[in-house]
Ligand binder design. Structure first.
Ligand SMILES: N[C@@H](CCC(=O)N[C@@H](CS)C(=O)NCC(=O)O)C(=O)O
Length: 216
């Protein structure tokens, strides 16, 4: 019997949320292993054996231990191509990856829990300064994405045409985080329209934080 696919994650983790969406889209059955980030469970020795950064997600699949959500999305797409997470043409793939990476490489890393905790505990910043930091970098990245989406004829129902891609998979969790932090989303109408369209799909809806078993 094949070993089960196990997603190590946390309900609030947007990088885990990306992987949950992709697993759902590709109809891959998986089990959850939850790691409570606010209690520091991601730094317990047994988990560090799997993920040496002490971050979620980690995906156990096909006898492999995979880290980094974008790399996991690529692996899933290469091994289970249907439905594809990238369009076929190189320029289109580059556009989708560019949008995805604004979120995953430029917004998310500086708004991560360990960065926010450094601001709070080491730099002794008050909670409103932390919130301002968080929202500043989301708004900065969202402004660029909004301009790219609103001005391009390649934008459709979703970020690239009418099929879901990696760009939507990265965007939606970040939009949900921004809403939770009360970011004013009115300057980003295209992001809102696309996120709402994606969240109407069962693969996205099942992946949202409040639908996870560890939600609190
Ligand atoms: N680039 C990584 C980011 C992973 C990451 O930062 N995960 C966050 C949750 S979204 C985490 O585990 N944070 C724990 C911490 O900051 O201590 C990926 O895409 O997988």
């Amino acid at each position: 019997m094949n070993a089960p696919t196990i997603l190590h994650g946390y309900f609030r983790s947007s990088a885990s949320f990306r992987v949950r969406i992709a697993l759902n889209l590709k109809r891959i059955a998986y089990e959850d292993a939850f790691h409570h980030l606010r209690r520091g469970e991601q730094r317990e020795p047994h988990y560090l054996e799997l993920n040496h950064q002490g971050l979620v997600p980690t995906l156990e699949i096909d006898g492999q231990i995979l880290v980094q959500s974008l790399s996991i999305l690529d692996y899933l797409d290469e091994t289970r191509p249907d439905p594809p997470l990238l369009p076929a043409a190189p320029a289109a793939r580059a556009r989708v990856r560019g949008l995805a990476q604004i979120v995953a490489c430029d917004i998310h890393p500086i708004d991560n829990l360990r960065v926010l905790n450094y601001l709070r505990k080491t730099l002794l910043q008050p909670e409103d300064a932390v919130r301002n930091w968080y929202n500043l970098w989301i708004a900065d990245g969202f402004g660029a994405i909004e301009a790219m989406l609103a001005r391009s004829p390649e934008t459709g129902r979703f970020c690239h045409g009418d099929n879901v891609t990696m760009a939507d998979i990265c965007l939606v969790p970040q939009v949900i985080n921004a809403r939770n932090f009360d970011l004013d989303m009115t300057p980003f109408p295209t992001l809102q329209r696309i996120s709402n369209a994606a969240l109407a799909l069962p693969a996205f809806d099942r992946a949202i934080p409040s639908n996870q078993k560890d939600f609190e």
